[in-house]
Design a protein. Sequence first.
Length: 327
Amino acid sequence: MSGTHAPLDRGHPYGCGSCPTPSSVPPAPRPRRRPAATSSRSSSPASSAPPSSGTTSSSTAPPRPSSSAACSSPSATVAIGLLPTYATIGIAAPLLLLLCRLVQGFAVGGEWGGAVLMVAEHGKDEHRGFWSSWPQAGVPFGNLLATGVLWLLSVFQSDAAFNAWGWRIPFLLSAVMVLIGLWVRVSLEESPVFAEAKAEIESSDKAHLPILGVLRRYPREVLLAMGMRMAENISYYIFTIVVITYVTTYLGAQKGVVLGALLAGAAMQSVLIPAIGALSDKVGRRPLYLVGAVGVGVWGFVYFGMIDSLSGPQIMLATLVGLFFAR
């Protein structure tokens, strides 16, 4: 559950309605092998990246130099579970919460991007979609764990106990990810593609500014990718986070009504994402992404009507179909 935590109900001591989402992001378009003259990695691989080959310490490639990024996100998550409430330290409480959330976001953004590049560069081209899907499959798996913990708390705790101290438990459980992230971080090594590119860059006298080069040469692609990611992220968070506050605050129902559907949706996505990744190796990325984009746009008009019914089967169907298209 690297950098993730359970979405919380109203009554949160910080007054945020529902707790922020798991700190991870949905999958980016297919990564390309970078030309040797412009290759650089500004971020490190996430602990969820499953290497396909050449990633043990017995390799001759130099080990990754830092473990701070791998530990930053779970450390910030643990810190949220230890924060004093507004009643104790006043305005400093939400400010510290915001700081922790920023650390989570920056850390996961770097770790996730590095994870996708790592598996893409280690794997064979014909299986790139499948291997690159595994870092993203860690997102619903983390949601499954977080939502499962929240569901257990809702079963064994009263709302008063949860709002008083129970909400801290999902955050504090992330402490184990600090050790796991550190172990993965020191075990992983750079891919042969990156090592070769690094050696060529170090032997060259030319200035190396990869970010400026990308923005100058590919502005259209950068803006297009940003737009695609925004649409995907917004829909995903509506289906997994906003819906909890919507059901409990605006419909006045118990959160257990929707938590069961979110558990089923996370379990489905844990299997579905690698399967879709493998399918993309056969049919291409574009048609699958198009199906998801059109599907989620249409389903958005149906989704809230089904949620408003407060019918268990309809909420389950609305969630599963929505998450199918959102991923």
